[in-house]
Design a protein around this ligand. Sequence first.
Ligand code: GDP
Length: 197
Amino acid sequence: MSAYPHARFLISANSTAQFPADDGTEVAVAGRSNAGKSSAINAITQRHALARTSKTPGQTQLINFFELEAGHRLVDLPGYGYAKVPPAMKAHWERLVGSYFESRVSLTGLLLIVDSRRGVGEGDLTVLEWLRRSGRAAHVLLTKCDKLGRGEAKKQLQQAASALGPLASAQLFSAHSREGLEEAREALEALLNKKPR
Ligand code: GDP
């Protein structure tokens, strides 16, 4: 059975005016393009097509809102850091996501998706810094860990933890092997149950 049997897509927003009502709580999911964000959302919610996985990174520049259950939402932020993104698109991303972080009262935390083979990058730290300034919590999923050997995965987790410091907690995750799925669901629930600002 799905973890959120009544999960449903609400709206793709291109500006703050299109955001749904700012009540209850919501958790945003962010990550570098192609890090595995859509796959992670689908695995965590057990809804295979809730978030569309794409092979063309850097395309979606919309904020997708999903209702998980009454009063709780998951918010899929557009991917960042794709090398070929034109400057105007990057500026749009910063405006859109910046205004989302600044204005959203119901946003209680962030799940940050990081490819475990790449490790925590500059773009990831920028997003976490934005979030920290507003006093919200974050949890990092080091995705695609099925592609790493045991020892390598452990090393990547340690490296991520030291790069993140107090900015976020972190865990290994794989949408394919489902490693870390329960831990990720618990982290999501914990963030959703935090008090809004
Ligand atoms: P997004 O751009 O961040 O939403 O990334 P997607 O979820 O679309 O995934 C990007 C690519 O990584 C796709 O080819 C996925 O099949 C692959 N991928 C995603 N998660 C995993 C995982 O846990 N393990 C492996 N091996 N591949 C994954």
